[in-house]
Write a protein that binds this ligand. Structure first.
Ligand SMILES: Nc1ncnc2c1ncn2[C@@H]1O[C@H](COP(=O)(O)OP(=O)(O)OP(=O)(O)O)[C@@H](O)[C@H]1O
Ligand SMILES: [Mg+2]
Length: 137
């Protein structure tokens, strides 16, 4: 499913489209170049789900956990990962097994360690014409 996300309101609308389709335990890959909107989309999704606290880019901490009334989320950014095997030191097995919705930016960096995701979100385009293609397993 290809969504037009050329503006922030359209991006938010797409986050609201995806939210009711997600289930606890789902793994979500966020794929796209620097600045394409992966973190912004995650912020919109989590705030739509009722997460109150601010959602910041986990580039330095690599992951952050969030809780709403009904759902729990883990947001990861693997940009700074040097080797996929470092995921084992981060406790990736526990992260994937704790029934949270796990959203991962730069999943390419974890290739070979990360399983096939339930959802793959691909951010493409340019400033004037951005698209978000959502595929599910
Ligand atoms: N669909 C959009 N429409 C308009 N502006 C957007 C859109 N998506 C993102 N932006 C803007 O682009 C900037 C960068 O977005 P963001 O940090 O979400 O990118 P990212 O994909 O997470 O990048 P990185 O790979 O560096 O983590 C933000 O200021 C955001 O407001
Ligand atoms: Mg980001």
């Amino acid at each position: 499913m290809k969504h037009n996300v050329s503006t922030l309101p359209l991006l938010k609308q797409t986050a609201k489209w995806l939210l009711p389709r997600l289930q606890q335990g789902d793994l979500v890959f966020l794929i796209g170049d620097l600045g394409m909107g992966k973190t912004t989309f995650t912020q919109m999704l989590l705030h739509s789900a009722g997460v109150q606290e601010s959602v910041k880019s986990p580039t330095y901490t690599l992951f952050e956990s969030y809780q709403s009334k009904q759902l729990s989320f883990i947001h990861m950014d693997l940009y700074r990962l040097s080797h996929p095997e470092e995921l084992y030191y981060l406790g990736i097995e526990d992260i994937l097994n704790n029934d949270s919705i796990v959203l991962i930016e730069w999943p390419e960096k974890g290739q070979g360690v990360l399983p096939i995701p339930q959802w793959s979100l691909s951010f493409t385009g340019n400033n004037l014409n951005r698209s978000l293609t959502i595929t599910s397993k």
